[in-house]
Design a protein around this ligand. Sequence first.
Ligand code: 13P
Ligand code: SF4
Length: 319
Amino acid sequence: RPQREELKAKAAALLKAKNAVLVSHYYVEDDLQDLALETGGCVADSLEMARFGRDHASQTLVVAGVRFMGESAKILSPGKRVLMPDLDATCSLDLGCPPDDFARFCDAHPDRQVVVYANTSAAVKARADWMVTSSCALAIVQHLKDSGQKVLWAPDKHLGRYIQQQTGADMLLWNGACIVHDEFRATELELLKADHPGAMVLVHPESPEAVVKLADVVGSTSQMLKAVVDGAAKEYIVATDNQIMHRMRQLAPGKTLIEAPTAGNSATCKSCAHCPWMAMNGLQGVIDCLERGAGEIHVDPTIGRQAVRCIDRMLDFVA
Ligand code: 13P
Ligand code: SF4
């Protein structure tokens, strides 16, 4: 603990000295969430991270999250310096959607609006008409459906299917999945629900269909957080990365939070629902990138100029 406090103080001093701001996702470790809030940064979902980074006056952004979040920040603010604690922090959805294969998929379906999830590379975004995050995907696809458009969706199959079911839109889905949310299990969740009959079940839509069907609230990380803060229930079963519970505990201290069961849950694996790439972010990484300029994000300017259109379209839509 003393060592962590020292590292935190050093990281805070460096953020100040370099006029930098820390933008953290709800899935990164407690210290990085707290440090962001204590130093004028933010802890947010992927939509809010993008908006905060774009609007903040600071010319250096430190993005604690996964690579696509750093890339989105750089695409939106090409003149800013965007640093990440660990550039190897990626995402299974991004890895599962290689730009060349995706371009072929798009070429084969020119009659469809190309809608991509934020969890993709800059090159995939460069090919898209719309970028969406889990907090606005439903409204954007509903808008496309209402204006008579057919959709090509990538990469998360579970989120795509959920939106298809909710909106009735004509959607062609890429076959990608999140390795964390894909592990939640419905049978075990039903048993847990039976043990906690008053609990409200919150599920991120990257989870399998049978798990989503058991939810009281299906939503993005920020929507799940809001459900805990505003909800009348005392207990909440949470099906997303368990690091979100840090912020939930801070904002709703009287509520009981229960981790939803995953395929890997056992006596030896008490916290399976944690993204291994989000876990690569740490205080030392923040110090290293600020001290030595390690972990700087670069996006090819031509790709960036193409990719920014689909992000701006989303930000204009939600404004
Ligand atoms: P949010 O957009 O809800 O923050 O989700 C990002 C993510 O990576 C979920 O796994
Ligand atoms: Fe990607 Fe899943 Fe990790 Fe989110 S939790 S960054 S979707 S692998």
